[in-house]
Write a protein that binds this ligand. Structure first.
Ligand SMILES: Nc1ncnc2c1ncn2[C@@H]1O[C@H](COP(=O)(O)OP(=O)(O)OP(=O)(O)O)[C@@H](O)[C@H]1O
Length: 578
């Protein structure tokens, strides 16, 4: 886990090495200073030797300045190495997420991935910064101060050898108890992010349903849960400070008591006692720092586990060996296809799906909500892989194609398609980054988007807000269709993508498709039967299975479900027109 994450340090290895190096200089100087102060007291003051006091004083000042410079440099390198490491780590996670399949993303959840990219990386950054400064500083300070103390007075300094292992055990117990709670905290962070993400992206719906109070309550509940978990974890963690303080103050009292009796009996000098007390403080300091580092490591360990989960996940949709580099035509075959979102053959969202679509055909898919229409079409460009059976395009299993080639040949306008911030033209160019203005206009004309785009003050250069919220639902759908057309696909799938477009424009889009792109296989999922009644074939889905398949005329004659839908919508249509 650690190795995998530390790979992201890369070009910041030098700074990560320099920080502890300067920390070591700082520690050596800090530990030597009390020793020399003892000389001033014992040798200089006792003999009233001003020249000696001045000489050692000047050396001490130089050492203090050098220690300060080392400290500043160590801080600078620690900050740059940790910030750089975090930057690389974030990029590595982001890159990995780009390789994920829909299924991988479902497993982690979008909010889970956002927490990993933000909070978790920040935790690791903080711990790393502390680590490069403290990992050398604390043990070095502890060992040097201890050695110096033992050198001054072995018997008195023995007290530290009892206290340090005692504190080590306590710290270990604290980690053991606090770690599982921090783990829970981060899971709750995922949920908090989910609430925020849902609320912010759906703020218009929240407002139109006057759900602000409920949303605030939901958020408050989540925050309170995190607060309580943190409190619980901190209650355990906070315990280490008083324990350390108590132990060290006991040591200082003990040293002062023994030390003063030894001064009286002239087996110890005042300077030595003063140095011993300073070393006790340094030991205290390094233990406190060490315990803080431990707390950070407990938090960071949870974050590291969560991040390495992402980094270690192999995208479950990858190219096979020698992938096919070209899709010949738009013929689609489903053979005994079954699909489960949870990869469980007993929980199939689609079962026994068999059909053939000839290249260039227009096929409509209808069925009630949740019957598997979107699921079925997502198997064509391999957004998900089948659980059972095979999906073939132009006679070859979709798994045998190069993924990029496959997805370039299958343009899909998803039900929840999004536009990104940028101009309309930039969004359209997602379909083909080399598209000329003429090609863009042609695609927009086919999608019946050109006229409304031209009516905007800045035409194709109109800047869209995030999600394209400054366009109407129907306008957004048409831009998305044009974007898909620009890919020059062999197969075009519209997943309920004209639902917000008026019936007349919808008919014009279909007419344009028929006339202008006759060789492209078109699959249209629709709720309105009008949107598919001129298809070559219609597939009716019910509870994940095909219940009928045939031309609209055949179905009208033979299929009860189709007749019912047709008649009910026909009535609705007449009613609308009255
Ligand atoms: N990402 C997912 N993870 C788990 N289950 C899912 C996921 N997406 C859809 N499902 C489930 O699969 C089934 C089919 O959903 P699908 O979206 O294909 O239906 P649909 O016919 O397109 O519905 P609609 O017309 O409402 O869009 C539903 O029971 C749904 O709950």
């Amino acid at each position: 886990m650690l190795k995998n994450i530390l790979k992201s340090v890369r070009e910041y290895k030098r700074d990560s090495f320099l920080a502890p190096l300067f920390v070591s200089f700082e520690v050596i100087l800090e530990v030597l200073m009390p020793f020399m102060m003892a000389w001033i007291i014992d040798k200089g003051l006792a003999k009233q030797d001003m020249a000696y006091i001045t000489k050692i004083g000047i050396i001490l000042i130089i050492m203090a300045i050098l220690s300060l410079i080392s400290g500043v440099l160590a801080g600078r390198f620690a900050a740059s190495s940790s910030a750089g490491f975090a930057k690389n780590l974030r990029l590595d996670i982001f890159k990995k997420i780009q390789t994920f399949s829909f299924q991988n993303i479902d497993e982690f959840s979008t909010s889970g991935l956002i927490t990993r990219l933000t909070t978790d990386v920040t935790n690791i950054q903080n711990a790393y910064q502390m680590l490069v400064r403290t990992v050398v500083r604390s043990p070095l300070m502890l060992i040097f101060a201890l050695v110096m103390a033992l050198r001054i007075n072995f018997d008195v300094a023995m007290i530290f050898l009892i206290i340090i292992p005692f504190l080590g055990i306590i710290l270990f117990l604290i980690i053991l108890k606090a770690h599982p709670i921090f783990e829970k905290v981060f899971d709750e962070y995922d949920n908090l992010n989910k609430v925020v993400q849902e609320n912010v992206s759906g703020i218009r719906v929240v407002k139109s349903f006057v759900r602000e109070d409920e949303e605030i309550k939901k958020f408050d509940k989540m925050s309170l849960l995190i607060f309580n978990l943190f409190k619980k974890a901190e209650k355990i963690v906070i315990f280490n400070n008083p324990v350390i303080q108590f132990s060290i103050f006991t040591a200082i009292i003990f040293i002062s008591w023994i030390g003063s009796t030894q001064i009286i009996s002239e087996t110890m000098t005042t300077g030595q006692l003063m140095s011993l007390i300073t070393y006790a403080w340094q030991i205290l300091n390094s233990l406190v720092m060490f315990s803080m580092l431990f707390v950070m490591i407990i938090i960071a360990r949870t974050s590291m586990e969560r991040i390495s989960e992402v980094l270690n996940t192999n995208p479950n949709l990858v190219n096979g060996e020698n992938p096919i580099e070209q899709v010949e035509n738009g013929e689609i075959i489903f053979e005994n296809v079954g699909f489960s979102y949870v990869d469980d053959k007993d929980k199939l969202a689609l079962r026994d799906i068999n059909f053939k679509i000839e290249s260039g055909e227009t096929v409509g898919i209808i069925g009630g909500t949740g019957t598997g229409k979107s699921t079925l079409v997502q198997l064509i460009p391999r957004l998900y892989d089948v659980t059972l059976g095979e999906v073939k395009i132009a006679g070859k299993n979709v798994k045998d194609y190069d993924l990029t080639v496959l997805r370039d040949s299958v343009a899909m306008v998803l039900q929840k398609n999004v536009l990104f911030s940028g101009t309309i033209k930039e969004n359209l160019k997602w379909g083909n980054k080399n598209a000329t203005d003429d090609e863009i206009i042609h695609a927009c004309k086919l999608a019946q988007a050109h006229d409304f785009i031209m009516s905007l003050a800045n035409g194709y250069n109109t800047v869209l807000d995030q999600g394209g919220t400054n366009l109407s639902g129907g306008q957004r759908q048409r831009v998305c269709i044009a974007r898909a057309l620009l890919k020059n696909p062999k197969i075009l799938i519209l997943d309920d993508s004209t639902s917000a477009v008026d019936t007349k424009t919808d008919a014009s889009i279909r007419k344009a498709f028929r006339e202008e792109i006759p060789n492209v296989t078109k699959i249209i999922i629709a709720q309105r039967i009008h949107s598919i009644e001129d298809s070559d074939k219609i597939i009716i889905l019910d509870r994940g299975q095909i219940v009928a398949i045939g031309s609209p005329e055949e179905l009208m004659k033979t299929n009860k479900i189709y007749q019912e839908i047709y008649n009910s919508q026909q009535k609705g249509g007449l009613f609308d027109e009255q």
